[in-house]
Ligand binder design. Sequence first.
Ligand SMILES: [Zn+2]
Length: 140
Amino acid sequence: MQKTAKVGGDIDAWCTRCKMVLGHTILAMVGTRAARVRCNTCQGEHNYKATVAEPKRGSWEPKADRERRLAKPVVTSWEALLSQKDVSRARRYSVKERFETDDVLDHPVFGIGLVQEVQGDKMRVAFKADTKLLVHGKPG
Ligand SMILES: [Zn+2]
Protein backbone atom coordinates (compact mmCIF):
# COMPACT_ATOMS: atom_id res chain seq x y z
CA MET A 1 0.00 0.00 0.00
CA GLN A 2 2.98 2.28 0.46
CA LYS A 3 4.58 3.99 -2.52
CA THR A 4 8.25 3.38 -3.13
CA ALA A 5 10.11 5.92 -1.03
CA LYS A 6 12.93 7.96 -2.52
CA VAL A 7 15.01 10.96 -1.54
CA GLY A 8 13.07 14.14 -2.33
CA GLY A 9 9.80 12.25 -2.31
CA ASP A 10 6.85 12.79 -0.04
CA ILE A 11 6.05 10.55 2.90
CA ASP A 12 3.62 10.62 5.79
CA ALA A 13 5.61 10.67 9.00
CA TRP A 14 5.30 11.55 12.64
CA CYS A 15 6.57 15.10 13.19
CA THR A 16 8.32 15.35 16.54
CA ARG A 17 7.67 19.10 16.64
CA CYS A 18 4.08 19.33 15.34
CA LYS A 19 3.22 16.18 17.31
CA MET A 20 1.12 14.71 14.54
CA VAL A 21 1.40 12.66 11.37
CA LEU A 22 2.08 15.07 8.50
CA GLY A 23 3.48 15.15 5.00
CA HIS A 24 7.28 15.14 5.02
CA THR A 25 10.00 15.30 2.38
CA ILE A 26 12.54 12.50 2.48
CA LEU A 27 16.11 13.79 3.01
CA ALA A 28 17.96 10.52 3.40
CA MET A 29 17.30 6.83 2.94
CA VAL A 30 18.69 3.68 4.50
CA GLY A 31 18.08 0.87 2.04
CA THR A 32 14.46 1.19 0.95
CA ARG A 33 13.36 3.04 4.07
CA ALA A 34 13.29 6.74 4.81
CA ALA A 35 15.83 7.62 7.50
CA ARG A 36 15.69 11.41 7.74
CA VAL A 37 12.81 13.68 6.79
CA ARG A 38 11.84 17.34 6.76
CA CYS A 39 8.37 18.37 7.91
CA ASN A 40 6.45 20.19 5.18
CA THR A 41 4.60 22.12 7.87
CA CYS A 42 7.26 23.35 10.32
CA GLN A 43 10.33 22.66 8.13
CA GLY A 44 11.88 20.81 11.06
CA GLU A 45 14.32 18.04 10.21
CA HIS A 46 14.29 14.85 12.21
CA ASN A 47 14.69 11.10 11.95
CA TYR A 48 11.88 9.34 10.18
CA LYS A 49 9.21 7.84 12.38
CA ALA A 50 6.30 6.24 10.55
CA THR A 51 3.44 7.01 12.89
CA VAL A 52 2.93 7.61 16.54
CA ALA A 53 3.59 4.28 18.17
CA GLU A 54 4.28 5.07 21.80
CA PRO A 55 1.61 6.90 23.74
CA LYS A 56 3.25 9.83 25.51
CA ARG A 57 1.93 11.86 28.41
CA GLY A 58 -1.65 10.83 27.75
CA SER A 59 -1.87 12.77 24.50
CA TRP A 60 -2.98 9.62 22.78
CA GLU A 61 -6.53 8.48 23.52
CA PRO A 62 -7.10 4.75 23.44
CA LYS A 63 -9.59 4.22 20.65
CA ALA A 64 -10.77 1.04 22.30
CA ASP A 65 -12.99 3.21 24.52
CA ARG A 66 -14.75 4.67 21.53
CA GLU A 67 -15.05 1.32 19.79
CA ARG A 68 -16.46 -0.24 22.91
CA ARG A 69 -19.17 2.41 22.95
CA LEU A 70 -19.96 1.95 19.26
CA ALA A 71 -19.90 -1.83 19.39
CA LYS A 72 -22.29 -2.33 22.26
CA PRO A 73 -24.01 -5.52 21.03
CA VAL A 74 -20.60 -7.17 20.59
CA VAL A 75 -19.61 -6.27 24.13
CA THR A 76 -22.82 -7.74 25.47
CA SER A 77 -22.26 -11.01 23.63
CA TRP A 78 -18.62 -11.11 24.77
CA GLU A 79 -19.74 -10.73 28.36
CA ALA A 80 -22.42 -13.33 27.81
CA LEU A 81 -19.80 -15.72 26.42
CA LEU A 82 -17.49 -15.16 29.36
CA SER A 83 -20.28 -15.43 31.93
CA GLN A 84 -20.51 -19.11 31.07
CA LYS A 85 -16.79 -19.59 31.63
CA ASP A 86 -14.70 -19.86 34.74
CA VAL A 87 -12.56 -16.77 34.26
CA SER A 88 -10.51 -17.60 37.36
CA ARG A 89 -9.13 -20.56 35.42
CA ALA A 90 -7.93 -18.39 32.54
CA ARG A 91 -4.47 -19.44 31.41
CA ARG A 92 -1.81 -16.82 30.87
CA TYR A 93 -1.31 -16.32 27.15
CA SER A 94 2.07 -17.23 25.67
CA VAL A 95 3.00 -18.18 22.11
CA LYS A 96 4.48 -21.38 23.57
CA GLU A 97 1.21 -22.45 25.17
CA ARG A 98 -1.28 -24.41 23.11
CA PHE A 99 -4.95 -23.52 23.41
CA GLU A 100 -8.15 -25.12 22.26
CA THR A 101 -11.55 -23.82 21.23
CA ASP A 102 -13.49 -22.49 24.25
CA ASP A 103 -10.35 -22.02 26.35
CA VAL A 104 -10.25 -18.85 28.42
CA LEU A 105 -6.94 -17.03 28.39
CA ASP A 106 -5.41 -14.00 30.04
CA HIS A 107 -3.47 -11.82 27.59
CA PRO A 108 -0.99 -9.27 29.01
CA VAL A 109 -2.29 -6.55 26.65
CA PHE A 110 -5.83 -7.46 25.64
CA GLY A 111 -6.96 -9.04 28.91
CA ILE A 112 -9.36 -11.94 29.24
CA GLY A 113 -10.23 -13.62 25.96
CA LEU A 114 -12.18 -16.61 24.75
CA VAL A 115 -10.72 -18.88 22.06
CA GLN A 116 -13.33 -19.06 19.33
CA GLU A 117 -11.52 -20.94 16.63
CA VAL A 118 -8.20 -22.77 16.30
CA GLN A 119 -6.44 -23.25 12.98
CA GLY A 120 -3.07 -24.97 13.36
CA ASP A 121 -0.71 -22.55 15.10
CA LYS A 122 -3.18 -19.66 14.86
CA MET A 123 -6.33 -19.01 16.80
CA ARG A 124 -9.08 -16.43 16.83
CA VAL A 125 -9.68 -15.00 20.29
CA ALA A 126 -12.58 -12.78 21.34
CA PHE A 127 -11.42 -10.02 23.68
CA LYS A 128 -13.61 -7.34 25.17
CA ALA A 129 -12.55 -4.66 22.69
CA ASP A 130 -11.91 -6.74 19.61
CA THR A 131 -11.30 -10.15 18.11
CA LYS A 132 -7.63 -10.92 17.56
CA LEU A 133 -5.75 -13.53 15.57
CA LEU A 134 -3.00 -14.87 17.82
CA VAL A 135 -0.23 -17.41 17.42
CA HIS A 136 0.01 -20.29 19.86
CA GLY A 137 1.73 -23.63 20.35
CA LYS A 138 5.09 -22.40 19.08
CA PRO A 139 7.98 -24.28 20.66
CA GLY A 140 10.55 -21.83 22.03
ZN1 LIG B 1 6.38 19.70 11.82
